[in-house]
Design a binder for this molecule. Structure first.
Ligand code: ADP
Length: 398
């Protein structure tokens, strides 16, 4: 289909300039032919016809070269308008002169004065445009220079951060290796302590008095706690190094599995868990299962006197999903909101609530490995909402 807007645009632009140029070239030849036929001297005819033809050629050539300049095509009509404007202006001046008495038209000094005055005014108009264009170009140049400087500073900052980040990663890795080695090596002597305690209990239990049996019970309990802590530390140190590759994970399926894992706890506490429609995220299936198991089991553990009521929701934020696990339990003082994500940080004694204080630290490590963040919003007695960001599965458009 013919695009008439485009045709009209072209006619008003380059074509108008070229047509004007061609017209002057034709007029130059026509005028020369007429003058030569009338017997006028050749040198005079050549000079005057070149005054007419050369600007015509300049217009033709200029119109032809326009696409190779930096001028945007939508501004070609502006140039054509300036050409026609100049033509009209001088034509108007000449017409005005026709109304003057013959002797004043033939006064060269006056004609020169009037024409140069008009010329100056016309030049002023063009000059204004030119100056404005140059001013804008200069402003752009200055802004460009500022942008370049800002970019250089940004590049420097990024480079510095990448150094710092490398160091951070290296020290993190060393720490993980240390935690792994320490917890791994502690397992063996701990197993020895536990098995010899069990041996003492079974072989000499009857010879001990009530105090002796109680002491052994404490020692076994302590050893069990230490084993739990070591297991937690081992799991914590393995998050970064021994995780699986990321894949699309259906969080609905993860929650079904977590409910099965916690079946006994859920039934014993008479808990209700409501889950909204949950998305697929890009992640490590086993680690995500561990993450939600810890959060759900905490929500059950810290539910207070009433049966636990837990709600799981998900909300899309750009390329991430924010998944929240909310309970109506004992709540947390906002001043402790950061501390609870650190290793072995607990807000209660073991008499009040059992636990090792590693669960939320593990959750944080898992979420961070997924490039996300985890946080809690809570008030004492008002329940807690643990939220985390996890990467959406991009190619599924979810
Ligand atoms: P643990 O539960 O083994 O003590 P966590 O790291 O899972 O260790 O939790 C750290 C502390 O944060 C807990 O001791 C508890 O005081 C607090 N906490 C965790 N989850 C909740 C919750 N849902 N409601 C209230 N307090 C919580």
């Amino acid at each position: 289909m013919v695009n008439w807007h485009r045709v009209a645009f072209l006619v008003r632009g380059r074509s108008a300039i070229a047509t004007l140029g061609a017209l002057y070239v034709v007029l130059a030849f026509g005028w020369a032919a007429g003058q030569l036929t009338a017997g006028n001297p050749v040198s005079n005819v050549v000079l005057v016809s070149s005054f007419i033809g050369l600007p015509g050629l300049a217009l033709l050539y200029g119109g032809y070269r326009l696409p190779r300049t930096d001028i945007r095509p939508e501004f070609y009509p502006t140039i054509a308008n300036w050409c026609l404007g100049g033509l009209g202006l001088l034509l108007g001046i000449l017409v005005l002169y026709q109304f003057e008495p013959a002797e004043s038209v033939s006064d060269p000094f006056r004609a020169a004065l009037v024409l140069t005055a008009f010329g100056s005014a016309a030049g002023f108009g063009v000059g204004l445009h030119d100056a404005l264009a140059k001013t804008r170009a200069l402003e752009l140049e200055v802004r460009n220079r500022e942008l370049r400087r800002t970019k250089e500073q940004l590049d420097e900052t990024v480079a510095r951060l990448e150094a710092a980040n490398d160091e951070f990663e290296a020290s993190n890795e060393r720490l993980e290796q240390f935690a792994y080695a320490a917890s791994h090596d502690l397992q063996e002597p701990l197993r020895m302590v536990t098995s010899y305690l069990t041996l003492v209990e079974s072989r000499y239990g009857d010879d001990l008095d009530a105090d002796g049996r109680e002491f052994i019970e404490y020692a076994v309990d302590g050893a069990d706690r230490m084993r739990e802590m070591i297991d937690g530390l081992l799991a914590y140190s393995r998050v970064g190094t021994q995780g699986d590759a990321f894949e699309p994970v259906d969080l609905e399926a993860v929650f079904t599995a977590v409910r099965q894992d916690l079946e006994v706890q859920l039934a014993e506490s008479d808990a209700t868990v409501e889950t909204a429609a949950l998305p697929h995220v890009e992640g490590d299936r086993n680690q995500l299962r561990q993450l939600f198991q810890n959060l759900l089991s905490n929500a059950i553990e810290y539910s207070g006197d009433d049966p636990p009521r837990i709600t799981v929701t998900a909300e899309r934020n750009g390329t991430d999903w924010t998944v929240s696990v909310a309970d109506e339990g004992i709540g947390i003082d906002p001043t402790d909101a950061d501390r609870i994500f650190e290793v072995f940080q607990r807000l209660h004694s073991r008499d009040e609530y059992a636990g090792t204080g590693i669960g939320l630290a593990l959750c944080k490590r898992i979420v961070e490995r997924h490039g996300g963040e985890i946080w809690v919003e809570s008030e004492p007695g008002e329940g807690s909402t643990f939220s985390m960001t996890l990467p959406a599965v991009s190619d599924r458009g979810e």
